[in-house]
Ligand binder design. Structure first.
Ligand code: DAH
Length: 337
């Protein structure tokens, strides 16, 4: 029996083992009941007394060596199994792509409108959504008996009779004219609130942009020029604009501004109600009473003002037929902009 040959074979066998099953087979081959070691020991009784001791020693050493080799191999197999587990990560697999968000269409159109006026020299100012009754109405020359002051047209704040949710962005005129001196050129974007029942064209909360300019010698033609630049930039060079006489308490004279229908180009269609014109905003020369309220000398200074609904502009520009779409957070709608 060549013990060295056995050790060499053990080495070879061990190298080929890569799984616990393989190791078990190895164990059986050498330490099993009919294994190599058992075979060796079965020879002992046939040996002479002198040989027995030496042979027994060799067999014992072989057995011990095998036990420790098996233990060692078990550990390495376990270690590489864990390693395999922690490297399940497949670096060739495509990553999770985070979807990019985007600005809400109302934010985009507000930015776009403010940018136009900003380039014309207007500053952008914001005001609070909770306003005083004075700034929202009285300071703007809206008389006590005006229907818009009724509780069903304005959200008053319970227990604070003189406070309300602003129903337009015009009160920022009062704030800005009180805190700054002319020349003033300001646009005011922001949310406004009215207790309207919600339908395709009404919402209890919507957005407006107010604009105004106060200086010596401001004329109606300044208003027309500025608004024409605005309308053509937003709706396209080919649109026509018209001023229709109207009444607002805070402007005199006052006008509503229409653009030629962007759908039918003025011929008359269902969008413009066969009129060929679409109303886009209210405007006028600031009423002397408003200037008086804020302490600006109406004999020296004049100004113009205008106010528009952001939803309305966006609906006209993008052909949206229901205001509720802006507020439902439906990504199928929002992703189109
Ligand atoms: N504040 C008006 C509204 O909410 C809009 C408006 C009309 C503002 C005419 C103005 C203006 O500054 O001159 O309906």
């Amino acid at each position: 029996m060549d013990i060295n040959a056995i050790y060499t074979q053990i080495d070879l066998d061990l190298q080929g083992i890569s799984s616990p099953e393989g190791l078990e087979q190895f164990r059986l081959k050498y330490l099993g009941r009919k294994g190599v070691v058992a075979e060796l020991t079965s020879v002992i009784p046939t040996l002479s007394k002198e040989e027995r001791a030496a042979f027994g020693k060799l067999a014992n050493a072989l057995k011990n060596k095998l036990v420790s080799l098996i233990e060692e191999k078990e550990k390495t197999l376990l270690g590489s199994a864990q390693e395999n587990k922690s490297s399940v990560c497949d670096i060739g697999m495509p990553g999770i792509v985070r979807e990019l968000g985007q600005l809400h269409p109302l934010t985009r159109i507000t930015d776009e409108i403010c940018d136009i006026f900003n380039q014309l020299g207007f500053s952008i100012v914001e005001g609070p959504e909770i306003e005083t009754e004075y700034n929202n109405f009285t300071g703007l020359n809206i008389p006590l008996e005006h229907p818009s002051r009724e509780a069903f047209d304005t959200f008053y704040i319970k227990d604070y009779a003189k406070m309300l949710l602003r129903s337009h962005t015009s009160p920022v005129q009062v704030r800005a004219m009180k805190s700054g001196k002319p020349p003033l050129a300001i646009v005011v974007p922001g949310r406004v609130y009215r207790p309207d029942a919600v339908d395709a064209s009404h919402s209890f909360m919507f957005h407006q942009i107010e604009g105004f300019m106060v200086d010596k010698g401001i004329k109606f033609s300044d208003l027309k020029g500025i608004l024409e630049i605005f309308a053509k930039t937003i709706f396209g060079k080919d649109i026509k604009m018209r001023f229709r006489p109207h009444f607002f308490p805070f402007t005199e004279p006052s006008a509503e501004v229409d653009i030629s229908c962007i759908i039918c180009k003025g011929k008359g269609c269902s969008v413009c109600g066969r009129k060929g014109w679409l109303e886009i905003l209210g405007s006028g020369l600031i009423h002397p009473n408003v200037l008086k309220h804020v302490g600006i000398d109406a004999q020296v200074y004049t100004g113009f003002a205008f106010g528009m609904g952001v939803e309305r502009i966006a609906m006209l520009k993008y052909g949206i037929n229901d205001i509720r779409l802006f507020f439902e957070n439906d990504l199928r709608f929002l992703k189109q902009f």
